[in-house]
Every structure is written in structure tokens, then in C-alpha cells.
Design a protein around this ligand. Structure first.
Ligand SMILES: *[C@@H]1O[C@H](CO)[C@@H](O)[C@H](O)[C@H]1NC(C)=O
Ligand SMILES: *[C@@H]1O[C@H](CO)[C@@H](O)[C@H](O)[C@H]1NC(C)=O
Ligand SMILES: *[C@@H]1O[C@H](CO)[C@@H](O)[C@H](O)[C@H]1NC(C)=O
Ligand SMILES: *[C@@H]1O[C@H](CO)[C@@H](O)[C@H](O)[C@H]1NC(C)=O
Ligand SMILES: *[C@@H]1O[C@H](CO)[C@@H](O)[C@H](O)[C@H]1NC(C)=O
Ligand SMILES: *[C@@H]1O[C@H](CO)[C@@H](O)[C@H](O)[C@H]1NC(C)=O
Ligand SMILES: *[C@@H]1O[C@H](CO)[C@@H](O)[C@H](O)[C@H]1NC(C)=O
Ligand SMILES: *[C@@H]1O[C@H](CO)[C@@H](O)[C@H](O)[C@H]1NC(C)=O
Ligand SMILES: *[C@@H]1O[C@H](CO)[C@@H](O)[C@H](O)[C@H]1NC(C)=O
Length: 730
């Protein structure tokens, strides 16, 4: 919205500024506010006045942010617009704040605070706009507030303002240019265990889930305690929700906007805009009732997300096939009675528990007591805990159709669903109490049988290969690079076979792609992903798997496993929280981060790792690419040599090798390797020397062939020459 500004600026704002300076924030009996006048709160955060939406001729009395006129936080006459600029806001003779229009027929009332004020004489009554954004009607010399705008919010919930109760709910604007009462509202539903519910007229669009003493249970993440302060009161006098951002300089609002969503916005002063922090509904699974009763919506399943509760099946399989889940689910055909007949509960883990508005709530019961409570009443269909703090208290039991369950990936709760003895047995032995619809069960059976079949085929293939190799003398392929005797190469073998063949030898687990996404125990890992279709990458991959799998040393990074999936190739390493050495030594101000003792320990560690590679391990390995970025640091800053992509294995008695493919990093390469392709353990020692200089000096050894005085090695060299000269002189 823009306000009639061009003219106003010139004609009105000039005299108004004088008023602002005297910080006018109150309306008194003798001092009405006319269209064009503004009241400004003490610290100049909020403004009250007349405004006109961008595309509209109607005028309204509203409150907005002084720094962001478009953010109108409250509107008085939202359903009674003024069609001229002759509105007057004043204290009426009955003490109420009234909005009138000055017409030729006199003053016509449009809006009033409409409270009964008995005791006061109206020249003592005033209306004041506060720094909180609240407009209050009060009496001088008294604490009583007769009326306040925050008890009648429009579409915005400001910080530190209570929501809940009969009038204190949010309603959308009709449209962007019409603040009239819209169809979408956000209310606290006090029934059962209270929830915030977003309605379109009376139809539920979204619900927050019950307040579980940490957060609204259906929202994935709690608002962090160090940023937000939340106050949810639930007692017999009131059920209210109040929030604020702890940092008083942050301006933030909850708003229902035209898109039927409920949003949390925060003001970005520098960018001069409101940024979105959070919104609901978040995804398709957040829409209320999209999958009917006893249905669960799982946003991690692509496509059709509806599943039925354990022991339930779609009411209309046809609709289900047409990807319409609204019909919901019913008990499976031929189910057994669930009344003292060996029935029990199946746990649905990590869900947004169903609508709590028609539950029975018993505040003080524990989870165990809640189970008994539900079990003993045969109409009880499910139970869950209301308050998740202190190991869980508050027993919520459901008796009617359970609506609006969503599978969450984090921050959900456990729902215990009543199931008959047969279903119970099906789920009993499943680890984690997982539950599957019939379709998924079928899918799992399929996947399992396919994998078993392919394993068999693979085994047969491997057996044939072994047999054929025996025919060739039983030797694995070796030494087909004549220039590099003893260097293993696997050029013409399909990689999968190769890796399989050597798995027995390496004991290295082969992960599948989904496991890489989610490793057991939430173990942190580092993944090196090779670019697709790169032949070079594949060779390096093979090389790295072969070599590093056989190495184990505290200064050599450990490979946990690898993953091959179509074109995707990944190496899975232990996770190194301190990342790579170059980030520490070349960083500006980095000197202060690493003291001498640490640096020395790092150099020693690298030396140990290198010694291991060169002579102490089972193999003799030339790394060929030792540099700062290939040294990783673990939690206690122990260095670990990584990246064996171009490393080479030497025979025991082999001293050096030659290659016409010089790979590595200039700046760390020994001259004979860089120029003649000759490499040996000495090349690594050269690189180690450069690295040691870098660690000591904190400077990068830039690569300069022509002018070696500019690089680190050159400088050190010159220093040595100078020193020798001076020694000779003396
Ligand atoms: C403006 O509103 C008044 C009453 O509120 C009405 O009588 C009048 O016809 C309106 N004028 C226009 C141009 O809509
Ligand atoms: C209404 O308008 C008339 C004529 O424009 C003016 O004299 C009068 O003061 C106005 N009344 C108020 C309350 O503003
Ligand atoms: C004022 O409130 C009374 C009841 O308190 C109601 O009957 C009346 O319609 C209200 N008037 C307006 C203009 O809202
Ligand atoms: C509100 O709902 C009514 C009745 O369904 C409809 O006619 C009207 O267009 C809706 N208003 C908005 C702004 O969607
Ligand atoms: C004005 O006061 C409000 C409420 O006390 C506070 O949140 C806000 O930061 C203040 N604004 C300024 C500019 O001081
Ligand atoms: C299933 O979930 C995904 C991800 O949330 C969503 O994009 C898709 O529209 C959903 N499908 C249905 C039918 O709700
Ligand atoms: C629940 O327990 C608390 C303290 O243990 C007690 O004060 C409260 O009255 C109990 N409420 C009910 C409904 O039993
Ligand atoms: C079971 O619970 C329902 C709902 O609370 C109640 O109406 C019914 O009386 C209970 N039945 C028994 C046997 O307790
Ligand atoms: C569950 O597992 C136990 C032991 O593993 C086994 O004895 C029992 O038969 C299993 N029950 C079902 C229903 O599979």
C-alpha cells in the first residue's frame, strides 16, 4: 500500500513534522485525529493514521511500522471503509474512541470501540499508540485499560501480544487491497489438547498439533530458546499464546496473508524488506485431511504420499489408485476384534499426532499408565503423550476417526495405534516398530527378491571369472604399464567386478546410495564424490579404494567404505571436523590459531604418516600429491594424509619409476618429477619439505618457474646461499 503521499508530503507532513517532534501519541477529547494527521509511538516504531491501500479509493484507520508503511499491523474500520478524506477519529461523548465521517449531513459514525465506560468523565479519557504497536483506550490517573487494539487483531500477531480467547484470533484480509475481514483465520482451538488451527471459514486448512511444552508438536523444529521466548498459558482461566524475539532490536511478525498461509516474517533493515522465516502449511502433507481418517502422509515418499495406519487399508482402493487419499482408511478386511483379544499397540514413530480436538486428556498420567488407560477401554483407538518433557506426561486417547497424521523426519512424537493380535505379531518383530502399507510391503518383498537374485547372478559371474583366471595361470592382472614396473593397473577391467573381487581382500563395506544418506547411529562421515563419466575419476577411484583400504595408521585418513550406484562413485571417509590444513595455515589471522607446539606436532604427524606409507606399511606407497589441502585434521588437530587418487604402489625392491603422465600439484613437485616424470619416495619427501616450510611460515609456496625468488622454496634457498656465503667470508 502506498498512502496518498505526493500531496500529503508537501501540504501535511511539513506542519505534521512539528507535531511529530513534540511526539504526539495520544488522542484526547479536545484533540481528534483527522485524515492526514498521524500519531507516532514514543520511540517512533509505530504510526497510527489514515491510509489507502495501493489500488483502492477507500480509506482506513490503521497502525503500521514507521520504517515500513506497507506493513499495516492493525485496521480499525476494516469492514467499514471511508470513501472520502473527511474521516475523524475522536473520543466520543460516551468515552469510546469513534471514527466518523464529516458529511454534508453532519458526522456519521462508522466504527467505535463500543465498550461501556461508566465511571469516567470523558475529558480524562485518552487513546494512546504504544511502542508495542498497541492502541489503548484508558483514563488519566488510572491503570484501567477500557479497550485495546491487540484484543481485536486483524491479520497480524505482534511480539509480546497474547493470542487466544474469543476475539483474539487472526483473520486474513479479503485481498491485498482490501483489509475487510477475509475467510482465512488462525485460532487457538481450546478443545482436547489446544492447538492452533488455520481455517478457511469453518474448514480446517492446517493445524499446529498440541503444545508439547517445547513446541507445537506438529511443527518440525522448536523455535530456539536463545532467539525466541514463547509463553503458552493453559489453565482454567485462559488458553493463550504469546511470543517474542529476545533481541529487542529485531522486528518480527506473524501474519496470515492472501495465500492461505501463516508466516513468520522478520525485518531486514539493510535490505529494507521482510524476510520469511517460517510458514505453514509447509508441504502437501501439511494440508488438513488430504489423506482422510487413519491415513498418514509421508512427504519422503515421492508422488502419492498417503499410507494407512498399521492394520488399516484404503476405504476406496480405486480412489487410492487415482492418487486421491481423501477417503481415508478402514480396518483391514477380516480383522479380528480388538477387545481383550490379544490386542495391543503398534508404535508409529516420529509423527505429527492426529487432531487432538476430540481426544480425552488426563494430565497426570505417564506413558505406561496411558497404555493401560487406552487398553482397558475397547473403543480407544490410539494414545500418545501430550507433554514430552520430563519423560512424558499427559495421556491423550483417541476414540473417533483419527485425522491429519503426518510422518516427520525429525521432531515428531510416537503414536501408539491399537491393533489386533495378527497385526501386532506382524509388527512385533520389526525393529524400530516400522509400519508399512500393503503396497510398501509388496515393494519391499520385490526389492529383496531382486537383490537376492542379482547376488546369485553376481556370485555365478565371479565364479566364472575365477575359473577363467585360473586358466590363465591364476595371476591377477598386473604390470601392464611397461614404464612403471610393479605398478598395478586395472585399465581394462570393468570397475564393478574389480571392486567386488577385491572386497574380500579389503573387507571394505560397499554401501548403497540410500545408506550413504543415512548411516547407522548418525555417524558423521565425509563423502568424496567423483564427477560422473570422468574416466580419470574412475581410475583414481579404483586406485584409492585399492590402496587406502589396506592402510591403517593414525596419520593416514581411514576409508570407511565406498559406494557405486550407476554413474555415481563415492568414497566414504571418517569425518574430520577440522577440515584440511590449508584452511588453517593460509588463513588471514591464521597465525593466532595454530601455536608453534601444534604446528610442530602437525609436521611430526605428517612425517610419521609418510614414513608409514614409504616403509612401515605392508605396501610401499608413493603419494605423489602431498600438499596442505590433502592433509586433514581431526578433532584434536592430528594430521591425516588423504587423497590417494594418484598414489602409486612400489615393489619392495623398487626405488624409482618414470611416467609420461606427470600429475600432482606444481609447487610441491620435485624438479626431477615435474621435468622428467621421475618419481620415488624422494618426491614425497620434497613435497613434505615444501609443506613443512609452509606450515612454519604460513605462506603458500606459489609456483614460479621463471622467478624463483618469488616463491617460498626460492626464498629459503637464497637464505641458505646467503648464509653459506657469509660463513665463507668469515
Ligand atoms: C460514500 O459513503 C457514504 C456513506 O458512507 C455514501 O452515502 C456515499 O454515497 C458514498 N459515496 C461514494 C462516491 O461512494
Ligand atoms: C466538518 O466539516 C465542516 C465543514 O468542512 C467543518 O466546519 C467542521 O469543523 C467539520 N467537523 C469536524 C468534527 O471535523
Ligand atoms: C456495541 O455493543 C453492543 C453489545 O455490547 C452491541 O449490541 C452493539 O451492536 C454494538 N454496536 C456496534 C456499533 O458495534
Ligand atoms: C469467502 O468465502 C465466500 C463463500 O465461500 C466466497 O464467496 C468469497 O469469495 C470468499 N472470499 C475470499 C476473499 O476468498
Ligand atoms: C521501541 O519500543 C519497542 C517496545 O518496547 C521495542 O521493541 C523497539 O525496539 C523500540 N524501538 C526503538 C527504535 O527504540
Ligand atoms: C508428496 O510429497 C511431495 C514432497 O512433499 C510433494 O511434492 C508431492 O506433491 C506430494 N504428493 C501428494 C499427492 O501429496
Ligand atoms: C497433577 O500433579 C500435580 C503435581 O504432581 C498436581 O499439583 C495436580 O493437581 C495434578 N493434577 C491432576 C488433574 O491430578
Ligand atoms: C470408553 O471411553 C469412551 C470415551 O471417553 C466413554 O464414552 C466410554 O464410556 C468408555 N467406556 C468404558 C467401558 O469405560
Ligand atoms: C518373533 O521373533 C522371535 C524370535 O526372533 C520368534 O521366536 C517369533 O516366532 C517371531 N514372531 C513372529 C510372529 O514372527
Amino acid at each position: 500500500m502506498h498512502f496518498v503521499k505526493g500531496l500529503l508530503n508537501v501540504l501535511v507532513l511539513q506542519p505534521l513534522l512539528l507535531q511529530l517532534c513534540s511526539s504526539l501519541d495520544t488522542i484526547k477529547f479536545v484533540q481528534p485525529v483527522r485524515d492526514g494527521d498521524f500519531l507516532v509511538s514514543k520511540n517512533e516504531t509505530f504510526v497510527l493514521g489514515f491510509f489507502r491501500p495501493k489500488i483502492s479509493t477507500n480509506r482506513y484507520v490503521g497502525i503500521w511500522y514507521k520504517f515500513s508503511e506497507d506493513m499495516v499491523v492493525w485496521v480499525a474500520n476494516r469492514d467499514n471503509p471511508i470513501n472520502s478524506s473527511s474521516g475523524v477519529l475522536s473520543i466520543g461523548s460516551d468515552g469510546n474512541l469513534v471514527l466518523q465521517v464529516n458529511t454534508s449531513q453532519g458526522l456519521l459514525p462508522l466504527w467505535s470501540t463500543n465498550v461501556s465506560i461508566s465511571s469516567a468523565s470523558n475529558d480524562k479519557i485518552f487513546a494512546q499508540i504504544l511502542d508495542s504497536g498497541n492502541l489503548v483506550l484508558a483514563q488519566q490517573g488510572s491503570q484501567d485499560v477500557f479497550w485495546q487494539s491487540t484484543d481485536h487483531p486483524t491479520n497480524i500477531l505482534l511480539q509480546n501480544i497474547k493470542m487466544g480467547g474469543i476475539h483474539r484470533f487472526l483473520t486474513s484480509w479479503n485481498s491485498e487491497n482490501d483489509p475487510g475481514t477475509g475467510n482465512v483465520s488462525l485460532r487457538i482451538d481450546p478443545n482436547g489438547s489446544p492447538q492452533m488451527i488455520l481455517y478457511n471459514i469453518e474448514a480446517k486448512l492446517w493445524r499446529s498439533g498440541q503444545w508439547n511444552e517445547i513446541k507445537w508438536s506438529g511443527t518440525p523444529a522448536a523455535q530456539p530458546k536463545d532467539v525466541f521466548k514463547i509463553n503458552f498459558v493453559n489453565n482454567k482461566d485462559e488458553i493463550t499464546y504469546q511470543w517474542t524475539v529476545l533481541d529487542p532490536s529485531v522486528h518480527s511478525v506473524y501474519i496470515i496473508d492472501g495465500s492461505r498461509t501463516f508466516k513468520l516474517l522478520v525485518w531486514q533493515g539493510q535490505k529494507h524488506q521482510w524476510d520469511l522465516l517460517w510458514l505453514a502449511p509447509l508441504d502437501a502433507c501439511d494440508s488438513y485431511g488430504k489423506w482422510g481418517k487413519f491415513g498418514n502422509c509421508n512427504p519422503t515418499i515421492n508422488g502419492f504420499n498417503c499410507t494407512c495406519y498399521p492394520g488399516y487399508e484404503p476405504i476406496s482402493p480405486q480412489d487410492w489408485d487415482l492418487k486421491d487419499g481423501r477417503g481415508g482408511c478402514k480396518r483391514q478386511q477380516g480383522s479380528r476384534s480388538m477387545c481383550r483379544n490379544g490386542d495391543g499397540f503398534v508404535k508409529m514413530e516420529n509423527v505429527k499426532v492426529p487432531d487432538t480436538s476430540s481426544i480425552k486428556l488426563e494430565k497426570n498420567l505417564s506413558l505406561e499408565a496411558c497404555k493401560d488407560e487406552c487398553l482397558k477401554n475397547c473403543t480407544c483407538l490410539a494414545y500418545a503423550i501430550e507433554d514430552v518433557t520430563n519423560r512424558g506426561t499427559g495421556c491423550m486417547t483417541w476414540y473417533k476417526d483419527l485425522m491429519d497424521t503426518k510422518q516427520l523426519t525429525e521432531g515428531g512424537q510416537d503414536l501408539y495405534v491399537r491393533a489386533d493380535a495378527v497385526v501386532l505379531a506382524q509388527y512385533k518383530n520389526k525393529s524400530g516398530g516400522g509400519y508399512f502399507s500393503r503396497k510398501r510391503r509388496l515393494a519391499i518383498i520385490l526389492v529383496v527378491s531382486i537383490s537376492v537374485a542379482s547376488l546369485l547372478i553376481l556370485a555365478v559371474l565371479c565364479w566364472f571369472r575365477k575359473m577363467s583366471m585360473k586358466g590363465r595361470g591364476g595371476q591377477p592382472k598386473f604390470l601392464n604399464d611397461p614404464a612403471a614396473p610393479g605398478v598395478r593397473s586395472y585399465e581394462d577391467l570393468p570397475i564393478k567386478d574389480e571392486v567386488d573381487e577385491h572386497r574380500g581382500e579389503t573387507d571394505l563395506p560397499l554401501f548403497d546410495l540410500t545408506t550413504v544418506g543415512c548411516l547407522a547411529h548418525g555417524q558423521e562421515i565425509a563423502v568424496k564424490r567423483l564427477s560422473r563419466n570422468s574416466r580419470q575419476g574412475i581410475d583414481e577411484f579404483k586406485n584409492e579404494v585399492m590402496l587406502i583400504a589396506k592402510l591403517q595408521h593414525r596419520n593416514v585418513v581411514r576409508l570407511l567404505g565406498f559406494c557405486i550406484h550407476k554413474e555415481e562413485r563415492m568414497l566414504i571417509y571418517e569425518y574430520m571436523p577440522n577440515r584440511s590444513l590449508d584452511l588453517w595455515i593460509f588463513r588471514k589471522n591464521g597465525n593466532s590459531l595454530l601455536d608453534w607446539r601444534k604446528r610442530f606436532q602437525i609436521i611430526i604427524g605428517i612425517a610419521r604418516g609418510l614414513l608409514y606409507l614409504h616403509q612401515d606399511s605392508r605396501l610401499k606407497i608413493i603419494h605423489r600429491d602431498l600438499k596442505a589441502s590433502n592433509v586433514l585434521l581431526d578433532g584434536s588437530m592430528n594430521p591425516k594424509i588423504s587423497d590417494f587418487g594418484i598414489a602409486r604402489m612400489f615393489g619392495d625392491d623398487q626405488i624409482e619409476a618414470n611416467t609420461n603422465k606427470v600429475v600432482g600439484t606444481y609447487g610441491y613437485m620435485s624438479p626431477e618429477y615435474a621435468m622428467n616424470g621421475l618419481y620415488s619416495t624422494k618426491s614425497d619427501v620434497f613435497s613434505f619439505g615444501v609443506l613443512a616450510l609452509e606450515i612454519i611460515s604460513g605462506r603458500k609456496n606459489s609456483f614460479q618457474f621463471e622467478n624463483s625468488s618469488l616463491n617460498l622454496v626460492g626464498i629459503v634457498n637464497m637464505g641458505l646461499v646467503d648464509r653459506r656465503k657469509s660463513l665463507e667470508h668469515n
